[in-house]
Design a protein. Structure first.
Ligand code: SF4
Ligand code: SF4
Length: 278
């Protein structure tokens, strides 16, 4: 079992096949965590998305992806259709997905933070302590998902805390609580992984072969995500990297090589000093 101390690791399983794009998760997140508005509420002009991407002021982001219906899909998952009035099957479907910080097993943001502001909680989640963050921004390029960001008006880094304060009080995160379709499920990570495998099997048996999991595999480049997803298309379609790798992966090898080089250089200096004295 994935555990941190005596506490099992907690996380999110987001089943995008039942997301209806209501954005209740985005609103609940903002309200509970006091996250400011992210640059106006206007639509972006390419879909019903008005937040665009995760950032310091958007800790949950619901992607709206409009695409041709796959020919092989034989099951109507209830996704809204678009098209001319009276047209039975416009041949278009919407994919909706509520994205969030992945609370990675190997979290590069945490690895590079020089102040210890980013830390691993007893629930296995990754949280920024705002009173310790000095705004250096090292965590921003380190994140392989482009999640964490510095807030312009403030200078410090912000991201989803998986509602650390609510977890401490035995409550579920605000987004999961608000989701009317249970697209966002919160719980023990091991149990969520089993539930997700079962859901994929059900969808495949029901004629939705495109269903697949993303971020669930402990063998992937970040050691698996604490927040993982069931997708209905390739990750890139939802704006997710197909094969994320922890950006600090090579740091231990680099330090080892730097140490060997430094010891070698010191040995040369000592040898030349001793040689001169003879
Ligand atoms: S997704 Fe990015 S910000 Fe979130 S834990 Fe992983 S590296 Fe850190
Ligand atoms: S609350 Fe649930 S159904 Fe609504 S947008 Fe968020 S994930 Fe989708």
């Amino acid at each position: 079992m994935a555990e941190y101390g005596t506490q099992p690791r907690m996380g999110f399983f987001t089943d995008t096949s039942v997301c209806i794009g209501c954005k209740a998760c985005e609103v609940a997140c903002k309200e509970w965590n006091g996250v400011p508005e992210a640059g106006g509420l206007d639509l972006l002009g390419m879909s019903y998305d008005n937040t665009g991407a995760l950032g310091s002021n958007t800790w949950r982001h619901v992607a709206f992806v409009e695409q041709p219906k796959p020919a092989e899909s034989t099951v109507d998952l209830g996704m809204p259709d678009v098209g001319a009035p009276g047209q039975d099957d416009p041949g278009v479907r919407w994919l909706m997905s509520s994205d969030v910080c992945k609370h990675c097993t190997h979290a590069a943001c945490l690895d590079v933070c020089p102040t210890g502001s980013l830390f691993r909680t007893e629930f296995g989640t990754v949280v920024v302590q705002q009173d310790i963050c000095n705004g250096c921004g090292y965590c921003v390029p380190a994140c392989p998902y482009g999640v964490i960001e510095k807030r312009e008006s403030d200078g410090r880094a912000f991201k989803c805390t998986l509602c650390y304060d609510r977890l401490g009080a035995g409550m579920e995160p605000a987004c999961a609580k608000a989701c009317p379709t249970d697209s966002i499920q919160f719980g023990e990570l091991d149990e969520l992984r089993e539930r997700a495998d079962e859901r994929v099997r059900t969808l495949h048996d029901s004629g939705v072969p495109e269903a697949r999991l993303y971020g669930h595999d402990p063998e992937d480049g970040v050691g698996g995500d604490g927040a993982f997803f069931l997708l209905l298309d390739e990750p890139e379609v939802y704006g997710l990297p197909p094969d994320p790798v922890v950006t600090t992966r090579d740091l231990p090898a680099m330090w080892r090589r730097a140490t060997v080089a430094a010891v070698g250089a010191a040995a040369v200096v000592v040898a030349s000093f001793l040689g001169r004295r003879r």
